[in-house]
Design a binder for this molecule. Structure first.
Ligand SMILES: [Zn+2]
Length: 195
């Protein structure tokens, strides 16, 4: 790789399914376009604390790659399933997300490249573009910080919140409510007669 020392730049992993070689069809050919439809297994890091794309879950890319003066413009949609934990009832849930992605990959030495900071725009590196950072950013922006299993989730309803601490999530409502009712029925009246 001649010139690598003079112009240090990030490298891309050519074997990554997120990396697209744009040399032959798009490089320096404004107006040229190609579509990219690809399923990529989710790597780590596609999520927030309580919600995210499970590692290995297919992420469907449906993108258009256009050669423009400054580089290659990638735009289109990304679809996948995310799993989360409801911030109210703590139940796990899965939902489909569908996000728009638009990202310009600038040529080295283009005006965009010269005038933008390293982390401000994506670059074409070794005649390849790496879709992962842009797609990850788009997906993460779509995820709620406080996910809900459904908009009107009532959460866990309990007269004494401490009593639920040791009950496994999911068993709470089904098992404890009848037991509480039975105990109250059995001892509620008896307590009064003892005194
Ligand atoms: Zn919920």
């Amino acid at each position: 790789m001649t010139g690598a020392d003079k112009h240090p730049h990030p490298t891309v992993d050519a074997s990554s399914p997120w990396v697209v070689d744009v040399a032959r069809e798009l490089l320096r050919r404004p107006g040229q376009m190609k579509t990219l439809r690809r399923d990529v297994p989710a790597p780590e890091g596609f999520g927030l604390e309580m919600i995210g794309v499970p590692v290995g879950e297919p992420i469907h890319l449906d993108l258009r790659l256009e050669s423009v003066m400054e580089g290659v413009l990638a735009s289109g949609t990304v679809e996948t399933d995310v799993t989360g934990e409801c911030s109210r009832c703590l139940e796990p849930f899965t939902e489909h997300v569908d996000v728009d992605v638009t990202e310009l990959y600038a040529y080295p030495s283009s005006v965009t490249d010269e005038t933008a900071d390293a982390d401000e725009v994506s670059r074409i590196v070794d005649e390849r573009i790496d879709l992962e950072p842009a797609v990850r950013d788009a997906v993460l922006l779509e995820l709620p910080v406080t996910p809900l299993c459904r908009d009107d989730c009532p959460g866990v309803v309990s007269p004494d919140p401490d009593a639920w601490a040791f009950v496994p999530a999911g068993e709470a409502r089904e098992r404890i409510d009848p037991r509480w009712a039975a105990l109250q029925e059995k001892y509620g009246g008896a307590g009064r007669t003892e005194n």
